[in-house]
Ligand binder design. Structure first.
Ligand code: BDP
Length: 327
């Protein structure tokens, strides 16, 4: 199988793969930032089980959960180099090395989560996937990460003006810095693992994330205002290092790609249940949740983010428009 493919193309192309057996058993090493009972983690285990079963143990995949293999920005570089074989990443921090992925990190780019799924499973996902492959990362399946909203220890956010002066942790990507700055907040890029303590000690006032991450990290214990701005719908990806991918037999590539797809379907199902459970847990723990009746002021506040992004990346305008024009 050549690498001029996409997730969809690979499934078609796989019919052409010929039978081959590997010379010796091989174990892939996988990076995951989340705790073991997280939807991502369970789906990664199911990926590993399918790969092992279908290759009769010739190829196995061990996932290191809880971010023990390092921070996400470092892991993205390591997977590109083949130091880590596979991993589950948010496309958010990938933007610094893979420009195409930045398109889905634009605030309010998708109108809903079903729309995100539909586009990622079609041409938009193919275009982003092609950019990833070019830079050494082979996507195996798009995972769901819901919508991200702001939380902080100071006050509920109802309008962009409420963000003014708040110190907000963001993922490592300038786009998220400009997102917060466009509402006159102070953005601090920081590793996920450092956020709890930073809120607790007042280094930052809050952060932004989806309900399962807000809950699983216990951030809700130190930042009890959760305001459902839902400003970012960033897909995630189970991916493989292209260096590691190139070492697989064509049969193994087919199995890995198909197992990635199966795991993505499972992850999306698990996600729905976990989101609901997480919302209950945080509210039982004292979180004050507020919904935003009118998101237009937040969307309007993002105009400078889009302007700068399109000025810096004119070649990505078509992809941005493809999403914005989708119904
Ligand atoms: C979570 C993502 C994870 C990110 C984290 C973050 O699943 O990949 O590292 O947010 O905010 O929702 O850093």
């Amino acid at each position: 199988m050549t690498l001029a493919f996409t997730i969809r193309g690979a499934l078609i192309g796989s019919c052409l793969a010929f039978a081959a057996t590997s010379a010796s058993a091989k174990e892939l090493r996988g990076w995951n930032i989340h705790v073991e009972d997280y939807p991502v983690s369970i789906a990664m285990e199911s990926f590993a089980a399918e790969v092992a079963e279908r290759t009769d143990g010739d190829l196995t995949a061990k996932t290191f959960h809880n971010g023990v293999l390092g921070s996400q920005p470092d892991a993205i570089e390591q997977i590109r180099l083949g130091v880590i074989d596979f991993g589950e990443f948010s496309l958010g921090p990938m933007g610094t090395s893979i420009p195409e992925t930045n398109v889905v990190s634009l605030p309010f780019i998708f109108s809903s989560i079903p729309q995100m799924y539909e586009l990622m499973d079609g041409e938009v996902g193919d275009a982003i996937g092609a950019g990833m492959i070019e830079r050494g990362i082979v996507p195996l399946g798009w995972y769901d990460a819901g919508a991200r909203s702001f939380y902080n220890s100071v006050r509920p956010i109802n309008t962009p003006a409420d963000v003014e002066g708040l110190k907000i942790r963001v993922m490592n990507n300038d786009l998220f810095v400009s997102m917060v700055e466009s509402m006159d907040g102070n953005a601090t890029p920081m590793a996920f693992a450092e956020v709890y303590q930073s809120i607790q000690t007042g280094v930052v006032d809050g952060a932004e994330n989806n309900p399962p991450s807000y809950e699983s990290t216990s951030h809700f214990e130190v930042a009890s205002y959760y305001s459902l701005t839902e400003h970012l719908i960033i897909p995630e990806c189970l991916c493989m290092s292209k260096v590691s991918w190139d070492k697989l037999t064509p049969d193994q590539q087919t199995i890995v790609m198909e197992a990635g797809r199966t795991s993505a379907n499972l992850q999306r199902e698990l996600w729905q249940a976990r989101e609901a459970a997480s919302m209950e847990i945080v509210q039982a723990g004292g979180t004050v949740v507020n919904t935003i009746a009118d998101k237009a002021p937040f969307q309007n506040a993002m105009a400078p983010v889009y302007e700068k992004f399109l000025a810096d990346n004119p070649d990505l305008a078509d992809l941005v428009n493809m999403i914005r024009d989708a119904s």
